[in-house]
Design a protein around this ligand. Structure first.
Ligand SMILES: Cc1cc2nc3c(=O)[nH]c(=O)nc-3n(C[C@H](O)[C@H](O)[C@H](O)COP(=O)(O)OP(=O)(O)OC[C@H]3O[C@@H](n4cnc5c(N)ncnc54)[C@H](O)[C@@H]3O)c2cc1C
Length: 276
């Protein structure tokens, strides 16, 4: 994804103590929404460090689409170029973004959804709920480092939402524990939930292992995404320590003709073998 679209910042506001909303205006016809609730863009925040995918741009969810642009909500987590940018950017400044991409795609015939996420997933969860229809039913679990960031998430759908203190690089994550509470109960009740998970990368892998191997959720009903890496510099160093042959093996597993969740069947044992 190239960050080739120059946008103008038209608003910066505090959402809750740990979140800053940035509104940008896009040039006419230069940026088109995918229409999917977890769509995200790469944002050129002026980072000199790369993320573990090798990008200097950072990923942010399009939390609301506007007639002339969109909004993003950025979690303030400490010292990171993205978090720092959100705290210092001012209206009138320009910022380059990419075209959007999205992961959330529940099968049209299903109505039961489970959304599990940490603070970085809150903007996507808020938008998914805001855009949901009346016949959808959601069980939502959001873990936060501070309950001051919990807020109303309006929706026309039938929504059960739980907020938990946990994760976010501050305290141990409750994500796998909560997945074990929520998903088997739905399966036992004869439901076939579409399960979307977004949180710290290693936590997301733990949840995937559980949902796929123990709970037996079919791959087509799963979408699990690592949104950030705890101790990112260590994660990057572990990747860089791989040989070129190992990096090629990794790239070969990541096939375009399979879904990401299918790729993960091979990827997880490969990463474990590599010790990452
Ligand atoms: C598809 C997608 C959508 C996303 N949407 C959003 C969004 O809407 N809002 C949002 O805030 N984030 C979102 N993220 C996560 C965000 O891209 C990462 O948190 C990113 O690493 C932040 O960059 P940074 O420059 O602030 O920190 P980095 O330079 O990446 O990291 C600096 C240090 O901070 C740590 N760190 C990074 N992020 C966090 C965090 N969230 N909590 C605690 N420690 C952290 C790292 O481990 C590292 O040690 C999304 C990620 C993806 C993949």
């Amino acid at each position: 994804m190239e960050t080739s679209i120059t946008t103008v910042v038209t608003g910066v506001e505090t959402v809750t103590p740990g979140f800053i909303r940035v509104r940008v205006t896009t040039p006419p016809s230069a940026w088109t929404t995918t229409g999917r609730g977890d769509e995200f863009v790469h944002v050129e925040v002026g980072a000199e460090t790369i993320d573990t995918d090798g990008h200097s741009a950072r990923h942010y969810t399009v939390s609301r689409v506007l007639s002339d642009g969109f909004e993003m909500e950025i979690a303030i987590h400490g010292d990171g170029p993205g978090a720092n940018w959100a705290q210092t950017v001012r209206p009138g400044e320009t910022v380059a973004v990419s075209e959007p991409k999205a992961y959330y795609r529940p099968p049209a015939a299903t109505h039961r959804r489970v959304l599990l996420g940490d603070a970085t997933a809150l903007p996507a969860i808020a938008r998914i709920l805001a855009e949901a229809s009346e016949d959808e039913r959601f069980t939502v679990l959001i873990e936060l480092a501070s309950m001051d960031d919990a807020r109303e998430l309006p929706s026309r759908a039938d929504v059960e939402i739980e907020w938990r203190l946990g994760g976010n690089g501050v305290v141990p994550s409750v994500m796998e524990h909560e997945a074990r509470e929520i998903v088997p109960a739905l399966l036992a009740a004869g439901e076939e939930p579409y399960v979307w998970v977004a949180c710290e990368s290693k936590e997301s892998r733990r949840v995937r292992q559980y949902l796929r191997n123990e709970a037996g959720v079919p791959l087509k009903l799963l979408r699990i995404v690592g949104y950030w890496h705890f101790e990112a510099a260590k994660a990057l160093a572990a990747w860089e320590a791989l040989t070129d042959e190992q990096k090629d093996q990794y790239m070969a597993i990541w096939r375009e003709d399979r879904s990401d969740e299918e790729n993960w069947i091979e990827l997880e044992p490969f990463l474990r073998k590599m010790g990452v």
